[in-house]
Ligand binder design. Structure first.
Ligand code: ZN
Length: 259
C-alpha cells in the first residue's frame, strides 16, 4: 500500500492512501493572495474518502465553493461546532470531533489532536497504508502537542504550518507557529518526513501592513530542521506536486523555492 501527499495551496493537501484520498482544509478562493491554479484546487478534485477541517477560517474551510463537489455523501470530519456549515452546503455525512476523538473512514483512522489558534481548532493524526500522518492545520506550537509524540511514537509524515501569523491590532498576538517552532515540533514528533504548509496566505499588501504579519517561510523551516530535527527529511512541495511517502528517502528540496 502506498501513501502519496500532494500539496494544493496553503493548508489544503491530498493524502492518497492506496486510492483512498483524503483532502485537508479545503480552500479554493482566488482572493487574498492566492493566484495559483491547478486541477487540484477545483472543488471537483479528488477527496473521495473524506474531507478533514481543522477550523472555520475561510482559508481552511470553504464549504460554499466545495458545494460543487459531485459527491455530497463524502464524509466530513470537522472540529466540533462546524457541522452546521458543512450541512448547509449540502453535505450530510458530517462528524464533529474534539481532541482524541476518532472517526473511521473506510479503513483510515482519523484522530483529532490538540491545537490552539484564534478560533477553536483541532489538528489530526491519520493512519492508513501502514503510515502515520500528522496534520497541523495552523496551530500554535503548544505543549499539548507533545502528547501526539507520546501516543504516536512513529510519525511518517508531518504537515506543519510555518508562517508565524500574528495580528497587528491585537498587540501582534501570534496565532500560528513560526518556522523555527515548527522545526522544533518536527523533532519532538520524530517525523520521518516533514512538509511545510500554510505559507500561501496573505491578506494583500494594504491589509498586511495594518492587520497581519508573518514570521516564517518554508526555506526557514528547512534550515531550522538541520539542527532541530536532523533525522527529519524535508520537502518543499510546489502546488500539485506529489511526494511518495512510503519508505521513501526524498530528494533534497528543489533549488527553486516552492509555494
Ligand atoms: Zn486560521
Amino acid at each position: 500500500m502506498t501513501l502519496t501527499v500532494t500539496r494544493v495551496p496553503h493548508a489544503c493537501v491530498l493524502l492518497d492512501f492506496g486510492g483512498r484520498v483524503l483532502r485537508t482544509d479545503p480552500w479554493f478562493s482566488e482572493r487574498s493572495g492566492y493566484t495559483g491554479v491547478s486541477r487540484w484546487c477545483s472543488p471537483r478534485g479528488p477527496g473521495r474518502a473524506g474531507v478533514l477541517v481543522s477550523h472555520g477560517h475561510y482559508d481552511h474551510f470553504d464549504p460554499v465553493a466545495f458545494a460543487a463537489y459531485p459527491d455530497h455523501a463524502v464524509p466530513f470530519i470537522v472540529k466540533r461546532g462546524l457541522a452546521a456549515r458543512a450541512r448547509k452546503a449540502g453535505f450530510g455525512n458530517v462528524t464533529e470531533v474534539d481532541p482524541w476523538e476518532r472517526a473511521d473512514l473506510g479503513g483510515l483512522r482519523v484522530t483529532a489532536a490538540p491545537a490552539r489558534h484564534s478560533v477553536p481548532e483541532v489538528s489530526f493524526i491519520i493512519e492508513g497504508s501502514g503510515q502515520v500522518v500528522f496534520f497541523g492545520g495552523d496551530t500554535l506550537r503548544i505543549a499539548e502537542l507533545d502528547e501526539v509524540a507520546r501516543r504516536y511514537p512513529r510519525i511518517d509524515l508531518a504537515l506543519l504550518p510555518v508562517n508565524g501569523l500574528a495580528i497587528r491590532p491585537a498587540f501582534n498576538r501570534q496565532i500560528v507557529m513560526t518556522a523555527e517552532e515548527a522545526a522544533e515540533l518536527a523533532g519532538v514528533l520524530h517525523a520521518r518526513i516533514a512538509v511545510p504548509i500554510h505559507y500561501r496566505f496573505t491578506a494583500g499588501p494594504l491589509r498586511d501592513r495594518v492587520l497581519l504579519k508573518y514570521d516564517g517561510t518554508p526555506e526557514r523551516f528547512a534550515a531550522a530542521l538541520q539542527s532541530a530535527a536532523p533525522a527529519t527529511r524535508v520537502r518543499i512541495l510546489e502546488p500539485g506536486e506529489p511526494l511518495a511517502v512510503n519508505g521513501a528517502t526524498p530528494a533534497p528540496p528543489p533549488d527553486s523555492p516552492g509555494r
